[in-house]
Ligand binder design. Sequence first.
Ligand code: GLN
Length: 316
Amino acid sequence: MPAPHLPDVVAEIAAEMRARPDRGEVATYIPELGRVDTNQFGLAVALGDGSIVCGGDCDAAFSIQSVSKVFTLTLALGFAGDRLWNRVGREPSGSRFNSIVQLEHERGVPRNPFINAGAIAVTDHILSGHQPREALGEIMRFMQFLASDDTIFIDKAVAASEERTGFNNRALANFMKGFGVLENPVEYVLGVYFHHCAIAMNCRQLARAGSFLAHRGKHPETGFSVVTPERAKRINAIMLTCGHYDGSGEFAYRVGLPGKSGVGGGILAIVPGKASVAVWSPGLDAAGNSHLGRIALETLTRRMGWSIFGADSDPI
Ligand code: GLN
């Protein structure tokens, strides 16, 4: 059997996903996200030579939401190194992304950097010693550099929408502040957090931004070393075990790649040594992860033989 041809596989998946009637449900707890049309689907695969294979609505900007947590974790590790792990754990939570129950039990130290509480603690770390505007500027410059695209922006309407309704995140942050885990004023930390969650990107930009994780920490286009190979390996490990909250086991079982989802319907998935993949479909499953995004990635890894756990016996 000939090797599967990536552009054909991407085009087939985009067509198949577009035709499916089961689209999932948009997140309505951030009202602005509740207005997004679930008929959209985009897929982009960034390869090591800098080329990107795209399908569907891969140029439409969407709210990356929790996918931003991969990049804030990378930045915070750059500032703090392993000291960051004194303030946040790296075990799967088995709980919903915005759960508060574990936090009391674990004295305000969040389980991992990808649940909301953990990401808020990471944001607090980036904020320390800076004004909120500077911290946000740092995050934006990092995203624009990684994506080689300085047009990436923050969707102010989405940020304002979450500022108005983010009661649960306020509870998490206040709780951590009570335990002495946050250094900065709660409203400053949440301001930066809500805004980095509201970064808008398209699949093409997001796939490119994640490329360093597929290539031992190196930005493939410039050869610039973003993180060490060891750190890239470890961020991928946390994406695999924690990137989909209480759906992380199911994602590993079905897709078999490190991945990070967001309630905007985006997923960034890493094929170590090969590719960085961004997929977007706004409708979510019960765990708050993109319904068709996961199915598309499962199809892609099966047809390309790309799971980190080994290929299926007969790809395609
Ligand atoms: N901004 C969202 C929130 O804090 C991010 C959650 C997500 O993408 N899972 O609720």
